[in-house]
Design a binder for this molecule. Sequence first.
Ligand code: NDP
Length: 335
Amino acid sequence: SREIRLRSRPQGLPAAANFELATVELAAPGPGEVQVRNTWMTVDPYMRGRMNDVKSYVPPFQLGRPLEGGAIGEVIASNDPSLKPGDLVQSNFGWREAFNAPASSVQKLNTHGLPTEAFLGVAGMPGLTAYAGLLRVAALKPGDVVFVSGAAGAVGSLVCQIAKLKGHKVIASAGGAEKARFLKDEIGVDAVIDYKATGDSAAALTAALAEAAPEGIDVYFDNVGGGHLEAALNAARPYARFAICGMISMYNAEAPVPGPANMALIIGKNLRLEGFIVSNHWDMMGDFLKELGAWHAKGQLKWRQTVREGIASAPDAFIGLFTGANMGKMLVKLA
Ligand code: NDP
């Protein structure tokens, strides 16, 4: 069985040389253990933070050890009565083709008729991030004009759809003409800013936002930070709420990045900027899956995924998150 290990800590944009493909012998599962063959694994932007040797809300990855992350697989051998060969399970043992682990450390997956890999994207962690961030953190309410950055990605594309399904005006920002077309024609957002065409300076994005939403915005769902955040502060109407979900434009920065120059607007406009971590909103999973299931049943849900094949392609899939190689969820298909 093969796995991807962290060979060295990336400086700036991660490179192939930071990763290493290794082969390991898998023994039979021990007492209480299962052996799982992964069929899908996910690469997510938060993993970049774990590649740095700094304290955060999740501990750093260890050099020379396999990376970790969400995966879906099939039980092929079991030494525990709770699971049997053929069972579909979800785990945090991604970045490897197969593994042995205590049965209690994997979760049996009921797909409710959705494709299994949806549970790494639209019906999984990124999906709940969109739902909790928009509805709870930003406290979306009728009439709100919503601005979303990183809008063609896993989280952003669902934020746009939920806001449209609930009847809002939505302005989406993403990089490139193909993503802009997807957002406009398939998701049905009201306006798209292609930040790779306009440039991502605060001034350029402020002008683009003023054109798309001359009335201003009430909600900003931030996936990007930087110039996008500064432009959103300029466009905010009084009492606007910002769900600060991610700031991917600075994840590879090699020196501290200055904050928005217009922070003082928070005071006069009575703004609320609130960061959040999806794992603190797991209580919403039931409601989320119920609502998602209803949209899916009515044929209203559109999600995209970008799939790389084979464990050896996982580093490239991960690096692609920072160059915008993905439309919708970036995934690696393993078997
Ligand atoms: P995406 O599917 O959105 O993939 C990342 C996308 O980010 C790329 O496709 C790219 O799209 C965009 N991007 C990369 N670099 C830049 C840049 N310099 N400026 C602008 N856009 C850039 O990933 P996810 O949906 O998984 O995650 C989206 C955000 O949400 C990330 O910031 C992530 O860290 C955050 N997140 C936070 C969670 C939480 O609990 N708070 C949980 C999950 C995700 P493009 O082509 O448009 O540039």
